[in-house]
Design a protein. Structure first.
Length: 244
């Protein structure tokens, strides 16, 4: 269904509803008010839908600009901003296009976040949802995205910058995705080994602590022997002499 056909169907639906309200005897002022509200709600929804699709293609342009030139030095906040654009697309759509995941994984790889890079690149290469041909029940957002994408492909001059970014990302997806995924996983394995080698040793435990862990009690101190009775009597005798 083309965009014009969808718009025509919506207009017909509104006209039919207004006619039914008129037959029911509802005043024209109420019908007019209802039609006005519906129109503005409809336009707001349309603007929101167009903006959602535009965000995807804007992200392609920004991501391709960062990824196409390996020698250009980008500021960290610039990379963070572009990554944020991609993350918004992923979280706003129930089934974002696989190319979004590839671009986002490539940006994370460029930024050195190999854990996130591996997650997105593995989605593209190893998850069945990373293959466009497996998407048989698209969400309304994905359907609108595909409609715009096909229109751009048929008329590249309509959005030349967008078309160039899509082609560049698709080419990188075919030629570099597997290598980037393997490199990210290798870096993660290397980091895990390094962390294990540099982990601080356990502090030595006291013998008493070891015995407590083993369930054995520490030996009690030996009791002090009482003084001999002769010394006690002599002390008593000396005290009596002093008090006499």
């Amino acid at each position: 269904m083309t965009k014009g056909q969808e718009t025509a169907q919506r207009l017909i639906a509104i006209i039919v509803i207004m006619a039914m309200l008129s037959v029911l005897g509802i005043p024209l002022t109420v019908i007019f008010f209802f039609a006005t509200v519906v129109y503005f709600v409809w336009r707001a929804v349309q603007r929101s839908e167009r903006q959602d699709v535009k965000n995807i293609f804007d992200f392609y342009i920004s991501a391709n600009e960062v990824l196409r030139d390996d020698e250009k030095r980008w500021y960290g906040f610039e990379l963070t901003h572009v990554v944020g654009e991609g993350e918004r697309v992923v979280h706003l759509m129930a089934d974002p296009p696989p190319l979004v995941h590839f671009a986002l994984g490539s940006l994370y790889h460029r930024a050195g976040d190999h854990q996130s890079a591996a997650e997105h690149l593995a989605y593209v290469l190893e998850d069945e949802r990373g293959d466009e041909s497996s998407r048989l029940a698209p969400s309304p957002e994905l359907r609108r995205y595909v409609e715009v994408l096909r229109r751009i492909e048929r008329e590249p001059t309509e959005a030349p910058q967008t078309m160039a970014a899509i082609r560049s990302l698709e080419r990188a997806r075919r030629t570099r995705a597997a290598a980037m995924l393997e490199e990210s996983r290798a870096r993660l394995r290397e980091g895990a080994r390094s962390a294990a080698l540099h982990a601080p040793p356990h502090a030595p435990r006291e013998d008493a602590g070891l015995r407590a862990l083993d369930g054995r009690k520490a030996p009690a101190a030996a009791p002090t022997a009482p003084p001999p009775i002769a010394e006690v009597l002599r002390d008593l005798y000396e005290e009596e002499k002093k008090t006499a």
